[in-house]
Design a protein around this ligand. Sequence first.
Ligand code: ZN
Ligand code: ZN
Length: 412
Amino acid sequence: MSDLIELADGNGLIEISAPSTDRYATLKLIDWWDHAKLRRAKVMVVGAGALGNEVLKNLALLGIGYIFLVDFDTVEAANLSRSVLYRAEDAGKRKVDVAAARLREINPDVRVATFHGDVTRALGQGIYRRMDVVIGCLDNRAARLAVNRACWRYGVPWIDGALDVLMGIARVFVPDQGACYECTMTEADYDLVNVRYRCPLMRPDELQEGRQPTTPTSASLVAAWQVQEAVKLLHGLPVPAGKGIYINGHTYSTSLLTYTERADCFSHAQARAVVTELPLSVAYLTVGTFYAAIEPILAAEGAENAALLPEQEIISRFYCPTCNVNTPVYCPYDAVMPDGATCPTCGTPRLPSILSRLPLSAESPAAEVPLTQLGVPPLAVLQVAARIQGAERIFWFELGADAQPYLAAWSE
Ligand SMILES: [Zn+2]
Ligand SMILES: [Zn+2]
């Protein structure tokens, strides 16, 4: 509730709001505060643990209009000492559902859409380009790496937070403005990602981190810095891109860390996605019908020899040397290995053929394969490589019909 009045000196309209009726009245006293901008803002929060709870609480208090919350976990008793949004009776419920309901209680203005699942593989990448800012409330490097690569690919700033008992760090990464999260990774960090996971993307069951020692106080501190930087980003104010604030609770001090852009950073090296949105859903597409949909687009560009570049390695077939039989598979490596390698006829281990490119043509042997079988999630952005006058070019095709189910809660 507010009233617009014309200022006598002709400076135009200012908003006068009453503390008794306007929950944002005190915020609106800040001269640069733009409440309308925050009401329009779309913020993705990845992780609904200790840090995520504090971030979400702050976003709701500030009246951020649209929140997209990603988490794969359920509430348990150990969360209750560090998570303002959960109650004892929530045990066993999905964190995203409980958090969304509590945020609506805190502030009914806030619309919360949720995704219960793995951010690295199950979340359609089309979600990123619909966000103004992403806030990472994660506890492992592999998930941070996945978020960073996606944010860089779609040009979305993100703010990472990390906790370690009385210590914490919040850091701001903005595409085209200095270092990214991957630039900060050391060889040891890559080793940790690669030791735990065969490739930098992880399986959902491996997302379960060990219990880390964290406190609600350090979560509050780090989350406050993260949300404050998000508010600045949303207002277009300068932010410390490629920098982090390190909070040392032992010494009661903070220090500013400046990261250097790394020449061999993969996130930086990848091309910015130029997305073509298709009014199609992964629910019914096969490799063949997907190709039929994009073939005219590729032809108009003079592109030939198209190949799908799957996000995960695909096993195209198993060969059993004992039976001398080839069996088509067309599934992600992790979905079938190692158990699926055993020959059902003779019991010997079969040899997988692994694809990192799936040639697309009307005659493809994979034409009948559903995209879901290849591990393609809803609202995926499929990368297709094709040759134009001898040079390879990457096309990005989004399965845009899946956006509505993802974001339905935003239009309720
Ligand atoms: Zn980088
Ligand atoms: Zn066999």
